[in-house]
Design a protein around this ligand. Structure first.
Ligand SMILES: Cc1cc2nc3c(=O)[nH]c(=O)nc-3n(C[C@H](O)[C@H](O)[C@H](O)COP(=O)(O)O)c2cc1C
Length: 216
């Protein structure tokens, strides 16, 4: 796929079909993501991918946590909305409003359900960092995650990066063999989009004038 197409066509898919992704393809996607830059080429990332029985167990745990109304307790704290700038708070409000308007449901029940079901994804990617870092590796990991999603899209595989995937790290750790000195930072679901309107939703972006300053 042309680079511009990969960039423009990647968007968050929230309902995946049952079609599996072969292990070799998963390896190719991670290998491509390894081209991401990092501080002094430190390559701080670790990647764990859940498929098959492990994934099934994770989905069962998520269903049970939801049934018990357990709140997420991620390794990286989520903070409060007011930790975001006013502009970001407005963007988030606009996004949720747009999802509600698009789905014709102010309660966005289907959107929430798909989150709870971990988007029915056939593969969940977990990105971890060794604890005690300066904060800079989070920049590296973000670049790695985007490279991974773009590499996937290039192969016709859709994705969504989601907090939802990492909200119960204590349960994930033993299933994925994540050592105690690593924190589970982010999760990315991979798969092929199912036939579902929710997958046709495309979020907007701020005008350049709101984010860009060029001085001469
Ligand atoms: C750090 C991060 C966390 C996210 N968490 C969730 C999530 O828990 N559930 C969800 O449905 N989408 C989640 N998203 C997806 C965003 O809503 C989405 O990336 C954003 O609206 C832009 O839309 P696009 O990815 O379709 O371009 C997350 C994205 C990022 C980068």
């Amino acid at each position: 796929m042309e680079f511009r197409d990969v960039l423009n066509k990647r968007h968050s898919v929230r309902n995946f079909s049952e079609r599996e992704i072969p292990v070799q393809v998963l390896e190719n996607i991670v290998r491509a993501a390894e081209r991401a830059p990092s501080w002094e080429n430190s390559q701080p990332w670790n990647v764990y991918i859940a498929t098959g029985d492990t994934l099934k167990k994770i989905k069962e745990i998520w269903a049970a946590r939801y049934a018990d109304k357990v709140k997420g307790s991620p390794d990286m704290p989520t903070g409060h909305r007011t930790n975001f700038s006013l502009r970001s708070q407005k963007s988030m409000e606009d996004f949720m409003g747009a999802v509600a308007a698009y789905s014709g449901d102010p309660k966005i029940a289907h959107f929430l359900k798909m989150n709870e079901k971990l988007f029915n994804a056939p593969a969940l990617v977990y990105l971890t960092l060794t604890k005690g870092h300066t904060g800079w590796p989070i920049y590296d990991l973000g670049g790695f995650g985007l490279a991974l999603m773009l590499a996937a899209k290039d192969l016709g595989i859709d994705s969504i990066p989601a907090y939802e995937i990492v909200k119960f790290p204590a349960e994930l750790r033993p299933l994925l063999d994540v050592p105690d000195d690593q924190e589970i930072i982010m999760g990315i679901a991979l798969g092929y989009a199912a036939q579902d309107n929710i997958n046709e939703f495309h979020s907007t972006r701020l005008p350049l004038k709101d984010i860009l300053t060029i001085k001469d």
